[in-house]
Design a protein. Sequence first.
Length: 417
Amino acid sequence: MSSFKEYFEISPRYRNWSFGLMGVGVLSVIVGYIMYGSSADEAVNARFWGTMLQNSVYFLLVVNAAMFFICATTLGMGAFQMSFRRVTEAISVAVIPLGVIGLVVLLSLIFTDKHHIYHWLNPHGDKILEGKSVFLNKGFYIVWTILTIGLWMVLGYKMRALSRELDENPLPDVESGKKYIFKNTVWASLFLVWFALTVASTIPWLWLMSIDAHWYSTMYSWYTFASTFVAGMSVIALFTIYLKNKGYLELVNEEHLHDIGKFMFAFSIFWTYLWFSQYMLIWYSNQPEETIYFIDRIGNREHGNGFKGIFFINLIINFICPLLILMRRGSKRNYTTMTFMAALIIFGHWLDFYQMVFPAITKDANGITHANMNLFDFGVAAGFVGLIMFSTARALTKAPLTAKNHPFFKESIIHHT
């Protein structure tokens, strides 16, 4: 082990790229606020806050998926991930800065009464919104949002601390190893329970589905989870491949990459299953209160076709491409193919979140939706990408890249799929 490159060093080129992207993001937010956010016109103002909401929630859920992966594999005794465990841990550190940004954006939408984003803040006698006020109200939204992000940070920190406490203190015997695994299992279980109560249920309802407050879907939370988890696995793939290409992670091989690729393929199909099920059931029911969600996205003669192209491009990127490319065993072992697919999936689900947020807030006086994506959207996204790059790289420098004293580490080295 002594000949291995155990600590990551941030290269000047990497640092410049991360700072450059963050700079683009900050500039985009400033320009976007001047152009849209400072406007007295609610429709124009919504343009700024919609972009901030889309990007902050999407990228926060994506990096939080890394800790979900750690905890799920911990409970499943999935030893294969130990060879790249520190990569996943480093990505999960980004929950802290992105969580702070997300908290600022989400609470700003409440405290500044941006009624054009969340119409339930001011129902104006709307019986449907008043009927949902037990759940959709300021107090619950604020408390649950703070608790959600706060416990993601705290429980994630505890899991990383448990992993790193073995770096300088190897376990003395088998019994100590059993106790250590049990302690990991307990904390991983706590995170997964909280994850289920938030990402797998309430948080997508509060943060995203309540934008279309008259409409609801029982599959929405799972749809959101599948979208961000497959993007999260793609982020893990990108950083793992990058480190391998730079001479790190010597014990990670194509067997491990293959398993990451299988997660990307499987959850792309799972996302499509949820996409089709939600769409098919609503289309088949043909009830106005249900179908309006998809009419706003696909359009018709009365509602225009503003988001139709984005809606179907989203399906091609997130289903057709993974199906045709990642189905082959060799594709999941090829660095170039995996890099391309990981980047495409991350972009595809970012596009998915765009069409989840904007159709409800870009309607004109006639109820017609307009897709007006421009450089502002891409600039803000670039800023979040740069922040993830910087935060992950900084975390990688703080601990050895191999959790060599973990009881399952040897099993990960000899892993074969």
